[in-house]
Design a binder for this molecule. Structure first.
Ligand SMILES: *Cc1c(COP(=O)(O)O)cnc(C)c1O
Length: 220
């Protein structure tokens, strides 16, 4: 399959799941996760009108995107990976949306970076939804306090993000994230990847992060 026909089938699958769940397809943003993909692989999607892209490394994004963005200025860049506090300024400069705000020190670093640079990306708080010791994210029970801290620090919080445990059914974790967002007055839900984005849309995802289903395999 070409990248553009893969895009068609993912877009159609999202529309189908949204319709079945009585949701508006326009309430779901497809983020094409283009990490490790060269500009040549991204171009067909840009040409086909895909606007939102996800990257997980600040340095790779700084190398790859400025030229593409000159040509496609409406491009929206999402940081979907972990962010080190010392890269917060670069991240605020490069990204429109930051999906992995997961600790207090990063909240403070982003707040300082926003002040200095004068841009305010929208942010998702990453929740460690399966309570896995090795995984990043704010603990489920800490979400309200963490949100208070983020809001006091003037971060623009769009919603919650999660990566469910590998090898388990995603649906219950997506449902828990949706409930947490509702309980905390947030409408954004960044959840669902290549294997489970249709499930995520049926449970209320507003942002799905899809890599392999659009681009095929990754080198790393
Ligand atoms: C890589 C990545 C994705 C995309 O994963 P696929 O399984 O290739 O769709 C989504 N979200 C995050 C946080 C990622 O790191």
């Amino acid at each position: 399959m070409t990248d553009a026909s893969r895009l068609d089938s993912v877009v159609n699958a999202i529309a189908r799941s949204a319709t079945i769940a009585s949701r508006q397809v326009t309430d779901v943003t497809l983020i094409a996760v283009s990490k490790t993909q060269p500009a040549e692989a991204i171009l067909p999607l840009l040409v086909a009108g895909q606007c939102d892209y996800g990257e997980n490394r600040v340095q790779e994004t700084a190398a790859k995107w400025p030229l593409l963005r000159e040509e496609w200025p409406d491009t929206v860049l999402h940081l979907v990976g972990a962010l080190q506090s010392n890269k917060a300024e670069d991240a605020v400069r490069l990204f429109n949306v930051i999906h992995a705000v997961d600790r207090g020190s990063l909240i403070f670093a982003l707040a300082r970076a926003q002040d200095k640079i004068g841009r305010r990306p929208s942010c998702f708080v990453q929740v460690n939804i399966g309570d896995e010791p090795q995984k990043a994210g704010c603990a489920v029970c800490d979400v309200p306090a963490f949100l208070t801290l983020a809001r006091h620090s003037e971060l623009e919080i769009a919603g919650l993000m999660c990566i469910p445990p590998v090898g388990l059914e995603s649906a219950p974790y997506f449902a828990l994230l949706a409930k947490l967002a509702r309980d905390n007055g947030l409408s954004g839900l960044s959840m669902g990847m290549s294997a489970d984005y249709e499930t995520a849309v049926s449970i209320g995802a507003t942002h799905v992060r899809v890599g392999t289903a659009l681009f095929g395999g990754r080198a790393t």
